[in-house]
Design a protein around this ligand. Structure first.
Ligand code: V47
Ligand code: SF4
Length: 385
């Protein structure tokens, strides 16, 4: 039994131990600073171990942000640029192919591709990025384009989401990253990113992808103008779609980085807030198998600690990350594989390399850049118990 001194948390503990779903009110209560963080952490850890045993996952990946030119002006974004700004860039096909070659040479199994919505580029420009990468490096999983980009493609092509997804899949798309979710509640969404894909559109895109067998991730951007009610409403909406489709693989809470943004007067969330959000996410999202502590954004220390507060995944080596570094992240641009493994072992967990869709990656002992795919991670966790 998990010990807790707080009377309301005892009720929550009883539900968690019995495998019962927590309510929206339970979720809001858990954000009350009077609820001891360590007690919440223990409860979240209990759930984390029930789902993922003692395993902590990492992957070897690289990021590609083909352009930062964007028609939108989300107030939290430090990455976007106007076309005529000295900061703007647009990668050529040659640069993109070179990035793919670098990924393969470094043993990456995944390329995470997102960028701005460039008003002078048509759908074929975005689609061609997948085509050339997939043709040159068929083993590289392309986790590409957030729901915001997919919604933009729908407008450009004047078609429907299913057609967009079918075209992208034919060009090499493997799965969707979880970005563009921000905060779904209109009280916040209308203030921080009123123009881009609406909440309903975000869900339509993820639902359609799941129905087509395309796995996706989901995120929440917290620590800006939202409150506990908005965060729990966000988690509840994700949990509802997951009940319907089962297509989300991992949830990534994204801590707001204020530097160089329209909200630079706001303090970055504290490590305690980060850990509380990880723990509450694990407890509320009882049907999403993985919670990612994205080290690039949390910082290495907090991400490592999060492995005892509900998280089971550290993301990856993350070459060429720009979105957080433009917004003031001081983490290194790459962690070596040995360092990621060391951090996991130091946290008392068993490191397992996974691919994007959560299958074990088996490395060739003599040539690190070569790999084969092993079992789905659920089988691995069951076998290790
Ligand atoms: O949607 C933008 C966020 C997201 C800032 O699926 C910011 O595995 C904090 O989706 N401070 C894109 N956050 C990143 C993303 C992602 C990241 C890691 C893993 C996965 C995955 C997906 O980045 C945006 C927005 O929510 N973001 N600016 C900022 N200043
Ligand atoms: Fe554009 Fe994405 Fe930045 Fe919003 S978050 S301004 S859509 S690049």
């Amino acid at each position: 039994m998990i010990l807790t001194t707080h009377p309301r948390l005892k009720e929550i503990r009883n539900k968690v131990e019995a495998g019962e779903r927590l309510s929206v009110d339970d979720g809001i209560l858990m954000y009350d600073p009077e609820i001891p963080l360590n007690d919440l952490g223990q409860l979240a850890n209990f759930v984390r171990e029930r789902i993922n045993g003692n395993v902590a996952y990492y992957n070897i990946n690289t990021h590609l942000n083909p352009t930062n030119v964007c028609i939108y002006r989300c107030v939290f974004c430090a990455f976007r640029s106007d076309l005529k700004s000295s900061k703007s860039y647009l990668m050529s096909d040659e640069q993109i192919i070179e990035r793919g070659g670098e990924a393969i040479a470094n043993g990456c199994t995944e390329m995470h591709i997102v960028g701005g919505l460039h008003h002078l580029k048509n759908f074929d420009w975005y689609d061609n990025i997948l085509k050339i990468l997939h043709e040159a490096y068929p083993a590289l999983h392309l986790k590409a384009w957030t729901a915001v980009e997919i919604s933009w493609f729908e407008q450009l092509l004047k078609t429907d989401i299913k057609d967009v997804m079918q075209r992208l899949r034919a060009s090499g798309l493997g799965s969707l990253p979880g970005g563009g979710a921000e905060i779904f509640h209109p009280e916040v969404r209308d203030k921080i990113c009123e123009h881009k894909a609406s909440t309903d559109k975000w869900f339509e895109i993820h639902r359609t992808s799941h129905e087509m067998g395309i796995k996706t991730n989901c995120t929440m951007l917290y620590g800006h103008i939202e409150n506990a009610m908005h965060r729990i409403d966000h988690l509840d909406r994700l949990r509802t779609l997951q009940d319907e489709t089962g297509g989300f693989q991992t949830f990534i809470p994204l801590a707001f980085h204020p530097e160089n943004t329209g909200l630079s007067h706001i303090e970055k969330p504290s490590s305690l807030m980060d850990l509380r959000t990880i723990a509450i996410s694990r407890l509320m999202l009882d049907n999403i198998p993985h919670i990612k502590a994205y080290w690039i954004m949390l910082g290495i220390g907090t991400a490592q600690t999060a492995l005892a507060y509900g998280a089971d995944d550290l993301d990856g080596t993350v070459r060429h990350e720009l979105i957080y570094h433009d917004a003031g992240a001081t983490t290194p641009q790459i962690l070596t594989i040995d360092r990621i493994k060391e951090l996991i072992v130091e946290a008392g967990r068993k490191p397992v390399e996974r691919d994007t869709i959560y299958r074990e990656v088996l490395r060739d002992e003599n040539d690190f850049s070569k790999w084969t795919i092993g079992r789905p991670v659920e089988e691995l966790v069951a076998a290790s118990e």
